[in-house]
Design a binder for this molecule. Structure first.
Ligand SMILES: C[S@@+](CC[C@H](N)C(=O)[O-])C[C@H]1O[C@@H](n2cnc3c(N)ncnc32)[C@H](O)[C@@H]1O
Length: 135
C-alpha cells in the first residue's frame, strides 16, 4: 500500500490511531533512507534521521556538530537545494559532503555526491533522500 517502511513517516501512525496496534499486521519494507545509506556505502546507526517531507525539522536538530550525520526525506519545497542552503546558514561548512539519492530502486535511480555548496545550487531531485555527513 505504501512505499518504503510503513513505520517511518508513513501510514502506520494514522492506522494505529484509527484501529489500535493490536488490529494491525505490519509488513516491514526497506525504507528509502536505508537504501540510500546502502547505496553510498555508509552505515546509518549514528545518523539522525529527519523528515522534511511536508514539514520542517527544527533548527536544533539541524545545527552543525563535528562528526554529525543526517538523513533526510525531502519534498518539492524542502528539496535538497533548500536543505543545503539552510544547513550552511546553520553553521555547516559549505565543503561538507552530501549525497542526493533520487528514485531509489527505479530504473532512473540517480545518485549525486556533492558538497553542500554545490547542493545548494542544484535543481530537481524531487523524489529524493539526502544524506549529509561531516566525516
Ligand atoms: C511520505 S515519505 C515516505 C517514506 C517511506 N515510508 C520510507 O520508509 O522510505 C516520502 C518521501 O520518502 C522519500 N522516498 C520514498 N521513496 C523514495 C525513492 N524510491 N527514492 C528516493 N526517495 C524516496 C522521499 O524523500 C519522499 O518524498
Amino acid at each position: 500500500m505504501v512505499s518504503g517502511d510503513p513505520g517511518f513517516y508513513s501510514l502506520l501512525a494514522a492506522l494505529k490511531d484509527r484501529f489500535g496496534p493490536a488490529k494491525l499486521k505490519v509488513i516491514p519494507g526497506i525504507s528509502s533512507v536505508q537504501l540510500a545509506f546502502a547505496r553510498i556505502g555508509r552505515f546509518w546507526q549514528d545518523a539522525l534521521l529527519l523528515s522534511m517531507h511536508g514539514r520542517r525539522a527544527d533548527d536544533g536538530a539541524l545545527a552543525f556538530q563535528p562528526g554529525k550525520k543526517l538523513g533526510f526525506l525531502t519534498d518539492g519545497k524542502h528539496n535538497p537545494a533548500f536543505i543545503a542552503e539552510l544547513l550552511i546558514k546553520l553553521g555547516w561548512p559549505p565543503a561538507t559532503q552530501c549525497w542526493l539519492c533520487e528514485n531509489l530502486s527505479y530504473d532512473n535511480e540517480n545518485i549525486a555526491a556533492l558538497t553542500l555548496e554545490e547542493g545548494s545550487k542544484v535543481s530537481g531531485f524531487h523524489h529524493c533522500v539526502m544524506v549529509v555527513s561531516d566525516e
